[in-house]
Design a protein around this ligand. Structure first.
Ligand code: ADP
Ligand code: MG
Length: 152
């Protein structure tokens, strides 16, 4: 599978990359975010929200699991870290097939419920504020998206 990588050096840079992604997202798209606590998943989501034209402050939905924001498209921001099991049904299907964009932190914890076609973005800490971002598209729409983002 083709993957796209880059190194960033600040939270602002992470957000800027995510903003470029957010500007190009289409209804029904799903972004799976992976990375340890503090890797920058929520920071990345804030950038996506900016790209979607969301003006509200996006913060971690750890306790609520799912939060919705309204911009150019609705953003469904999920953090499934606290789910009891992979198959717990919080209506994910409707979010994944809805009119908005779903961003899922710790997505592998609900692996069985994720759509096959999605964009997985993994964030790795490299000490200090440096992060390695790895984009793995699954499906042509997401491959196209990555090509656009990495071309600009
Ligand atoms: P997660 O959601 O993965 O637990 P957060 O985005 O909530 O992570 O937190 C990441 C923390 O790391 C924030 O305090 C952020 O300011 C800091 N940080 C430092 N450098 C970066 C970077 N390059 N990208 C993202 N966050 C960074
Ligand atoms: Mg988070």
């Amino acid at each position: 599978m083709k993957q796209f990588e880059l190194t960033v050096h600040s939270p602002e840079e992470t957000k800027a990359v995510a903003r470029r992604l957010g500007e190009r997202l289409q209804p029904g798209m799903v972004i799976a975010l992976e990375g340890d606590l503090g890797a920058g998943k929520t920071t990345f989501t804030k950038g996506i929200a900016e790209g979607l034209g969301i003006v509200q402050n996006v913060n971690s939905p750890t306790f609520t699991i799912i939060k919705q924001y309204d911009g150019r498209l609705p953003l469904y921001h999920m953090d499934v870290y606290r789910l009891e099991d992979e198959w717990e049904d919080l209506g994910f299907d409707e979010y994944f097939n809805g009119d908005g964009v779903a961003v899922v932190e710790w997505a592998h914890l609900i692996a069985g419920q994720l759509p096959e076609e999605r964009l997985t973005v993994s964030l790795f800490r490299h000490g200090g504020d440096e992060r390695r971002l790895v984009f793995e598209p699954s499906g042509w729409r997401y491959e196209q998206l990555c090509k656009e983002i990495f071309a600009s």
